[in-house]
Every structure is written in C-alpha cells, then in structure tokens.
Design a binder for this molecule. Structure first.
Ligand SMILES: Nc1ncnc2c1ncn2[C@@H]1O[C@H](COP(=O)(O)OP(=O)(O)OP(=O)(O)O)[C@@H](O)[C@H]1O
Ligand SMILES: [Mg+2]
Length: 274
C-alpha cells in the first residue's frame, strides 16, 4: 500500500490493481486553516455520506466497496483537471463576478441567495485558487477535455445537482451549490472523489431568507466562533504578512457542537442513524 497524499480531510493510498483507498479523517479546517483538534465521528460520517450519495446518484461512479467505518476503496481514474461546480442559487463567488459583469445571468431582480431559474454549470480550475474558467479555455488547455466531454460534464453535473437537490429538499434543506470531480476509465466518464457536506453548500429551509447571508449548515459554528474571538482577523493578518498563523485550541463545548451538527445532518438527510 503506497501513501499518495493527504488533503484537508482524506488520506489517499494506492493499493495496487488500479484501486485507491480513501481514509476519511476527523480533521477540520476553516478559512484555510487546519486545526489540531479532531471532530469525533466526522470521518465516519463523511465516509458514510459518500456511500449514500454514490448509491443514490444515477451516474457511473468510482466506488468499489466500503472497507471500514471510515474507508472506501475506489477505482483509480485519470482525473479530469476541473472542479465541476453547479450553482442553484445566486451566492458565493458568482455574486461579485456578476456585479463586475464577468458572468451573464439571464434573470431579473437577482438578490443575494435568490434561487436561479436554472442551475448553472460554473467550473473552476483545480489550482489552489480555484479560478472560474470558460469552456473555450478549458478545451484549449486540457487535451483530455474535448468539447463533447465538456458538454457531458456540464449536463451530468447539473443532473446530479438536481437529483441531490430533490432528496435534500424533501428533508427540509436547500442545496445551494455543489462541487463534483470526474475522471476517465477507458474513455468512460466516471463520477469520482467524495460527496458530502464538504462538497456542498447546504442551508436549512427554515432559516432561508432571500437578500441575506445564509447560515451554512456544517462549519458555520466554527466560523462564527473564530470571528467572535478575533481569530479570523489574525488569520487574515498572518496571510498578508506571509507568516504562519497561530492555530487556536478549540474548546471542548465547541467540538461537541460541531460533532452534533455533522451527526444531525447525516441523520436528517440519510434518514438513518450513524
Ligand atoms: N478515483 C480517483 N482516481 C484518482 N484520483 C482521484 C480519484 N478520486 C479523487 N481523486 C483525486 O484525489 C485527490 C483527493 O484529494 P483530497 O480531496 O483529499 O485533497 P485535495 O483535493 O488535495 O485537497 P482538499 O482537501 O482541498 O480537497 C484529488 O486530487 C482528486 O482529484
Ligand atoms: Mg479535494
């Protein structure tokens, strides 16, 4: 088993035979800062979420089997180097791009968090900054992404967004946007990576309120705590001065609260207990 690398959440191993092992950790990050404290059960919940979504979504995916509570085995693919973002709501980075006339949306009276008439495929590069990219540029710069592959990624991503939205809507939430990754296996396009709260922006229908900033369901408690205790400001300053930020220790009450959020959202969406 060869260790390939660690992302913010997953550790990835090549286990031979064209298979990869994804191990979901309990690590947590916010504002691009990785904390030293762990959120109990988080890895297990993200692992089960991926299994749940791969089973529900009607599109070929890379999942081979679940190995343990927090590990899955997937088919090793040639990954397509874009992040397939779908936006169902006018929120996040699309707002300033729209205001700066960098993107056209054919809809009147758009307010922050308005529902879009039709979901938009809004892919980004896979670089650190995740820059939005046009079809022309993607096709020009990536030999693996032809015009017809691009169109398939766009259609598939929107369809998957709609399938997921329907399930999420039926349990009282809104899927505001979603990030997917795809790869190729023998020229077939396959849905890859992981799917869960870290890849979605989820809002509760009860607190949804057009025109306002929406509370995102998973990490908001942590973000709020960091802002309240001035850490957000300190992180920004450290970034400006290119020095490593001091990472605070998270209080146990906060860790418990975050854990409960993950447990609750898992129960509500999958209708099963963890
Ligand atoms: N089936 C697959 N075959 C090959 N590579 C895959 C497959 N599924 C996902 N990947 C790749 O594995 C990596 C998963 O990494 P991971 O998501 O843990 O961290 P990251 O993307 O580097 O950082 P972040 O924590 O910001 O997501 C990504 O580069 C993804 O494109
Ligand atoms: Mg990733």
């Amino acid at each position: 088993m060869k260790f390939l690398g660690s992302g913010k959440v997953k550790d990835i191993y090549d286990i031979g035979n064209n298979e990869l092992l994804f191990r979901f950790s309990d690590r947590i990050s916010a504002f691009d800062i990785q904390f030293n404290d762990l959120i109990p059960q988080k890895g297990k919940i993200l692992c089960k979420f991926s299994k749940f979504w791969f089973d529900k979504i009607n599109y070929p995916n890379h999942l081979i089997r679940v190995k343990s509570d927090n590990e899955i085995i997937v088919k090793k693919l040639k990954m397509l180097p874009i992040e397939c973002v779908v936006r169902g709501y006018f929120y996040g980075s699309i707002v300033s791009r729209y205001e700066n006339k960098l993107i056209k949306i054919d809809q009147n009276n758009l307010k922050l968090a308005s529902k879009l008439n039709t979901p938009i495929f809004d892919p980004t590069t896979k670089s650190h900054t995740d820059e939005p990219v046009s079809k022309t540029n993607i096709v020009k710069n990536n030999i693996d992404i032809t015009s017809s592959i691009f169109d398939e990624l766009s259609q598939a991503s929107i369809q998957i967004y709609m399938q997921m939205s329907q399930i999420i809507d039926s349990v009282g939430f809104i899927l505001a946007d979603l990030k997917l990754e795809f790869g190729l296996f023998d020229d077939q396009i396959i849905l890859a990576d992981s799917i869960g709260p870290d890849e979605c922006r989820l809002w509760s229908k009860k607190s949804y309120n057009v025109g306002n900033i929406q509370e995102s369901f998973d990490k908001q408690i942590l973000r709020d705590w960091l802002i309240l205790h001035n850490y957000k400001q300190k992180f920004d300053l450290a970034k400006q001065h290119l020095i490593p930020p001091k990472v605070p220790k998270l209080p146990i009450q906060l860790i418990n609260k975050i854990q409960n959020r993950y447990v609750r959202i898992y129960k509500q969406i999958t209708k099963t207990v963890i």
